[in-house]
Ligand binder design. Sequence first.
Ligand code: PAN
Ligand code: ZN
Length: 186
Amino acid sequence: PPIDPMSVTFRSATGGMSPSGPVLSRRMSDLEGLFADTAAWQEARDGADPVVYEVASSPVPEAPGELPQSITTIHPGAVGGEFHMTKGHQHPNPQGEIYFGLSGTGGLLLFDGTTPKWIPMSPGVIGYIPPGWAHRSVNTGDEPYRFLAVYPGDAGHDYGWVLEHGMGWRVRRGAGEPQLVPFQSE
Ligand code: PAN
Ligand code: ZN
């Protein structure tokens, strides 16, 4: 059923939304196969199994014509030097998506199967994801990195594509700027 016009309040202290739809929590144990250093990942999983990121969704349904929104919070940290990140996905029904930086420092890694791109993200930055580009978010700072996402309700989410093709680069902690390392060299 169509929903009524509405406003959603962003809770800046927690990254929550009010009113809120589902809130999803991804722990280290949910992120098998993501990080290059498998031993370091296993150690983190078997230890505190920390929450790596959370996704709060607005009550707008994932239905054709609607524009669902979500706020992702990626907690700071790294696994074997590789920064905390989201799983990453393709939209099987290729359509654009908009990200807007809310707090902290991170980046948007995009991959079309051939060429990776990196968009540094910070509060106030709009990152645009064109149709057909897989996308993953990375926290490159030492505080929570938080952003708003707005996407077409019938875009769908395909997580298998990234597991199969990678994202072109891995994002590692460097002396200064984050290091973008070719995926194949791991
Ligand atoms: C975002 C992502 C969110 C979590 O809302 O879904 O940041 O990342 P993963 O879905 O890759 O775990 C988005 O891009 N929606 O389309
Ligand atoms: Zn998306």
